[in-house]
Design a protein around this ligand. Structure first.
Ligand code: UD1
Ligand code: CA
Length: 457
């Protein structure tokens, strides 16, 4: 039986170098706050509890991440990482193992975390370290002649020889709670920064004969922290590349994995092709053989099979049936339902509408709050006037309707099955099924009329 695990996530730092009004850990990677990503990874270990130590801007962090099932612990003054962990200890039983993580180190993977926890399983102290070409700024791992870890020395407290060590402390560690409690009780703050260093427990562990088991990961992005927006952007690219790789191995063609962004979750069928510059947000499902054209944005949408989304189309919170053709330059706003074989062409906006099988809205049109039947043809420049300045009204269009170009349908209004609306009409009353309806002033010609001539000055 493995020991029960409790996770402590440190997230009380100010993050001054972000130069932001937003607390650092709320800045996002792949659309999700960094702290939430760390908690997600921790959750995968099925810990008994996750404690988040928060401080600066803390109420905002708690509010925005209230959906996380964690225990919030306020560290009102940031007196150091050792002090921060100590804030959580009152709630952790001696028998537990404690895993310490950081809210601003967002790409740590569940696989590395379980190795770290395993390194503490037999009463040892698991320590995640890394060898860096440039270790500047990090705590250095000091080993004895036998190669055993005996202490960590911070950059600001290190001797020139210690500064030359390139094995660094990532900060992440795992150890028994009872031991940790004892060590935290005996560390002081007599050091270059006047802080209670969590790292001081390593020497205490080594001195008391506890094995310090250092493990490492080949992927350095996992251990990188975010202190400024440059680092945030770098980790965003790493994260996006991870997701892109996963999708490609699942059988998705990504025309350029460096120009693909997923901020949420994506489910795909077979032989999906995603062209350059596509952004997927929220929860998106794409059926077999779909094509997503360049620079399109899909948020919370479900696509059937054989759908083509042409370039520069924006789709949100909608369901698109099989064989639909959308775009280029189309916009589907929330709550649209397109049945199979529907065409929505360039510069067409559709909002909160259902469109039945095979209907075509090909150019320059606004369709809002509409129920449209099957095999309807909507001419260019058609507008459903759904808003009277106070309320929204419904437009109902039957099957096999033909709507001439440049028509306004002033809602509430119903167009019967098989009706034809003459081009240029302003339709304010219901149009009967099977008939031609039009509202247009009669055409006149003034014979012999001449254009005015420009006056001489
Ligand atoms: C720490 C480690 C260092 C390691 C480095 C990795 C210590 C003493 N040093 O240094 O060995 O190489 O991380 O990045 O632990 N925090 C709190 N409350 C506090 C202080 C810090 O929550 O009172 C949080 C911060 O929000 C941050 C993390 O702990 O996420 C690390 O704190 P920071 O002060 O940045 O430590 P470093 O000096 O980077
Ligand atoms: Ca740091």
């Amino acid at each position: 039986m493995s020991t029960q695990l409790t996770v402590v996530v440190l997230a009380a730092g100010q993050g001054t170098r972000m130069k932001s009004d937003l607390p650092k850990v709320l800045h996002t990677i792949g659309g999700r706050p960094m702290l939430a990503r760390v908690v997600d990874s921790a959750q995968s270990l099925n810990p008994q509890a996750i404690h988040v130590v928060y401080g600066h801007g803390g109420e905002r962090v708690r509010e925005q991440l209230s959906a996380l099932s964690v225990n919030w612990i306020l560290q009102s003054r940031q007196l150091g990482t050792g002090h921060a962990v100590d804030q959580a200890m009152a709630q952790i039983a001696d028998s537990q193992n404690v895993l310490v993580l950081y809210g601003d180190v967002p790409l740590i993977t569940p696989a590395t975390l379980s190795r770290l926890v395993a390194a503490a399983q037999d009463g040892g102290l698991g320590l995640l370290t890394a060898r860096l070409p440039d270790p500047t700024g990090y705590g250095r791992i000091v080993r004895n002649a036998a190669g055993k870890v005996c202490s960590i020395v911070e950059q600001k407290d290190a001797s020139p020889e210690q500064l030359a060590i390139n094995e660094i402390n990532t900060g992440m560690l795992a150890v028994n709670a009872g031991l940790l409690r004892g060590w935290l009780g005996s560390i002081g703050n007599d050091n270059a920064q006047g802080e209670y260093y969590l790292t001081d427990i390593v020497a205490l562990a080594a001195d008391s004969g506890v094995d310090v088991n250092a493990i490492s990961t080949p992927d350095l992005a996992e251990i990188e922290g975010v202190n400024n927006r440059l680092q945030l952007a770098e980790l965003e690219r790493v994260f996006q590349r991870r997701q892109a790789n996963h999708l490609m191995l699942q059988g998705v063609t990504l025309r350029d994995p460096a120009r693909f962004d997923l901020r949420g979750s994506l489910e795909v069928g077979r032989d999906v092709e995603i062209d350059i510059g596509v952004l997927i947000e929220g929860e998106v499902k794409i059926g077999d053989r779909c094509y997503i054209g360049p620079n399109s944005v899909l948020k919370d949408v479900v696509l059937g099979s054989d759908v083509r989304i042409e370039a520069n189309s924006i789709l949100a919170s909608s369901t698109i049936g099989d064989r639909c053709l959308i775009g280029p330059f189309a916009r589907l706003r929330p709550e649209c339902r397109l049945a199979e074989g529907v065409k929505v062409g360039n510069f067409v906006e559709v909002k909160k509408s259902t469109v039945d099988k095979g209907s075509k809205i090909n150019h320059l049109t606004y369709v809002g709050d509409t129920r449209m039947g099957a095999n309807v043809n909507v001419g260019a420049g058609t507008i459903t006037c759904n808003y009277d300045g106070a309320n929204k009204h419904l437009t109902v269009i039957g099957d096999n309707v033909f709507i001439g170009s440049d028509t306004q349908l002033v809602a509430p209004v119903t167009i019967g099955d098989g009706a034809t609306i003459g081009a240029g009409s302003t339709i304010t009353r219901d149009a009967p099924a099977g008939e031609l309806t039009l509202s247009r002033s009669e055409q006149r010609t003034r014979r012999g009329w001449r254009r005015p001539v420009k006056a001489r000055s």
